[in-house]
Design a protein around this ligand. Sequence first.
Ligand code: AGP
Length: 614
Amino acid sequence: MCGIVGYIGPREAASVVLGGLKRLEYRGYDSAGIAVLHANGDIGVSRAVGKLHNLEEKLAAQHLEGHIGVGHTRWATHGGVTEQNAHPHVSMRRRVAVVHNGIIENYVELREQLLAKGITCASQTDTEVVAHLVEAQLECGADLMSAVYRTLPVIRGASAFVFISPQAPDCLVTARLGNAGGLVIGQGEGETFVASDIPAILEYTRDVTFLEHRQAALITGDGARINDLDGHPVTPKLYTIPWDPVAAEKGTYRHFMQKEIAEQPRAITDTIRGRADFNRGRVRLDTLALTKAEARALQKIVLVACGTSYHAGLVGKFMLENLARVPVEVDYASEFRYRSPLIGPDTAVLAITQSGETVDTLAAMAEGQAQGAKLWTIVNVLGSQAQRISDGYILMQAGPEIGVASTKAFTSSLVDLYLLALSLAELRETLSDAELRSGVDGLARLPDLVGRISEQGDRYDALVEAFHRREHFLYLGRGINYPIALEGALKLKEISYIHAEGYPAGEMKHGPIALIDPLMPVVTIATQDHVYGKMISQIEQVKARGGIVIGLVQEGDTLVHAKADHVMTVPVAPPFLAPVLNAIPLQWLAYAIAVRRGADVDQPRNLAKSVTVE
Ligand code: AGP
């Protein structure tokens, strides 16, 4: 989950790389560092523990000057959080510097081999061994690209690297093994950028390509020459990223999460754009070309995802089974790959992933592909690994999501699942013309309905003041709102560090009701649907035991208002779109409580935006 940036061109490399790292800080930030190739052939390095501003202060005094450089924000895996373990790592004779994302599984064995040759590692990291191995090849007369080629075969594990060397004063070399998080290469005028994520280079270029597994690239200011590790040239696919640089900025907002909750009306508008034909009452998904025959032959869809994306899948099950009448299983990606799933050519494995780089989800996709299933993905990042390996994809079109806590990507995922359900319903003829038209019409007002609850305002202040010090929360939902209870609990726990649990409301009497006490707020999602009455009795059961109820209800509700201690309100929406609205007050509640507790909202402890290691 580390952040990598590399640069070669006419600008000062240290400045470009530091700016890129700032846009990647959400990926992991125990420490950071930059290495630059000085004109005199030396490698200048600056590293600092903690947030990027510590590195920035060191750089102000160090003056790393040069036009080729690499940088790294570290999320520690091997070796503690120390300056010595921060990247970039430099080889013993300072002939090469390297930044790395991923894990070298056999680094202990490699380190022992180096020690036997008199080469000692200064750090506790796995990465450092690669610097020494490449240097050894350079000393045998290899150029930098050849030295990297000769080194990679002895490395086990998924990794992405960028190398610079005084012996290669006009290029940098990058390489990728496995799914260790992407490597994007951006092309400017006489300058080239490398990064682990698109936001790092968006201010300079939107013309990019991506390094695939077992590929390496020699990069100059004029571009990248990519080969596979057998030395065969590769013609990469070029993409133009549809995001503007401002989209990856915080703007006037205090946190990225605040901005991304607030911009959900626009994000959902963009998700719908070009897909919902309101005149014909139909949905068109051009990037998931499916014939009627293929849609009718579909026996099962397995949704695989992690975290918030998994919760989206649980909601999607209701949409796909009720509208398209296709059986759906939903699996944590990290579980799916180990349960010997019963899938085959009549199954579609649909991965839901904002980043498109989550290693568990990519592994689940590989399992689906190995079993001959169709491979689809709902993904936010064009050019990400998940999008590139799938047979068909639906972009979330939510714009870059920087905050570690996923918000707009979640609601955009729900809309994509709804679009897919309507599209399959038409192909499988499970809905009448009128039902299809009604389903599509429901999307027309969705951005407006979302807009009515997407500004934070002061509507949550009383709840925040009352409950921001509580140690436990319980979230209850039924049916299509049970996943929203899970999502609300995840939002709160991951940014405020309060223990929060989501539970199916019907399960309370089978154990959790023993937890009820006046100290634990119980958030109950009780919007008008076929289980509303059950939720009313659930609220009564909690109140009867002295519990505190925060009801999430639709406008016009009176029953819950009469029973609950506090109420959050959303506009009335069609049943399958109500979860889109219901998630938003829970996003705001988690955000406001975390801010009130002084938590680091955009960079919660121990978390990273894209989980690219197992
Ligand atoms: C959500 O708030 C979390 N940051 C996390 O659960 C996230 O949803 C999960 O890691 C999956 O990420 P992805 O959608 O990029 O695959």
